[in-house]
Write a protein that binds this ligand. Sequence first.
Ligand SMILES: NC(=O)c1ccc[n+]([C@@H]2O[C@H](COP(=O)([O-])OP(=O)(O)OC[C@H]3O[C@@H](n4cnc5c(N)ncnc54)[C@H](OP(=O)(O)O)[C@@H]3O)[C@@H](O)[C@H]2O)c1
Length: 268
Amino acid sequence: MKNRKVCLVVGASSGIGKAAAEALAGRGHRVYGTSRDASRVTTANVVGLDLEINDDHSIREAVGKILEAEKRIDAMFYAAGFYTAGAIEETTPEQIHQQLDAYFVGAHRVTRALLPHFRKVGAGRLLYMSSNAGDAALPYHAIYSCSKAALQIYCDGLRYEVEPLGIQVSYLQNGGVKTGAEASFRRAAEPVAAYDGPRDRAIAAFHRMQQKGPEPKAIGATVADAIEARTMKPVIRADNFSKLIGFLGAVMPAKLFRSQLRKSLDIA
Ligand SMILES: NC(=O)c1ccc[n+]([C@@H]2O[C@H](COP(=O)([O-])OP(=O)(O)OC[C@H]3O[C@@H](n4cnc5c(N)ncnc54)[C@H](OP(=O)(O)O)[C@@H]3O)[C@@H](O)[C@H]2O)c1
C-alpha cells in the first residue's frame, strides 16, 4: 500500500483506541495497539503490545519493539486511561495525581519516548484523545476536566516546539461515546454527604451521555482521517456535539453557558 503508515495506538483494547486501531488497520496501515495486557488487543491485523502508561520502562520497551520490527513509527494516537468523578472536596490528592497521570503525564511519557525518533527523521504525528471537558469544567467531573485541559495546553505548547522539526500535534474532542469507560471510572474516595444529591445525579447523567452516545466506530474513522491527512488540524472536534459546545463556549455569556452545563449534568 502506498503511504502505509506505522501507527502506535495507546489504549487499543477497548473503546475509542480500539476503534481507531481497527479503522487504521482496515485501511491497510501497520498498527501496534497497547494494553496493560497485550492479549486484550484482539482486533484483526493489530499487533498487541504490553504498555503501562505509568511506567517509562514499559513504554520505551513497546516503542523499541516497533522500531526494531519496522525501523520507523509515523503516528501515535493516545487514548488510554480512566476518569474520576465526584465533588472536588471528596477527591484525595492521590486521586488527582492518578487522574493527571492517566490522561496527561502518561501522554507525556509516550511523547518523550517517541520524540527522539521523530526528531531524527524530521516527521511524525502525535494525536491525543481529549474531550469537551478540556474546554470547560463539567460539574462533578472537574478533576477529569483538569486533566484534559492540561493535555490540551500541553499540545498547544508542544506544537510551538516540534512543528518546526516536522512533527504535527493535535488533540481530538468528542461528546459521549458508548465504550468501556464506565466500567473503569473511579469515584472520589472520601464522600461528603452535602454533595450526595447533585453528585449522584451528575454522575448518572454523565453515564447516560456515554450509554446514549454512538458506538466509537465513527471516531475511529476520524482518527484515521487525521493520520492520513496532509496536515492535521490542531484541534479536531469530531462530532456535532463537540462543534456546538466549542462554538457556544466561545460566544455564549459565561453565566448562560454554565447554566446549560448544569442542565446537561442534571443539577439545574
Ligand atoms: N467514552 C466517552 O464518552 C468519551 C468521550 C470523549 C472523550 N473520551 C476520551 O477517550 C479516551 C478513551 O476513552 P474510552 O471511553 O475509549 O475508554 P476505555 O474504553 O475505558 O479504554 C481505555 C483504554 O485505556 C487503557 N488503559 C487504562 N489504564 C491503563 C494503564 N494504566 N496503562 C495502559 N493502558 C491503560 C485500557 O486498556 P487495558 O485496561 O486493557 O490496559 C483501554 O484500552 C479517554 O481519553 C477519554 O477521556 C471518551
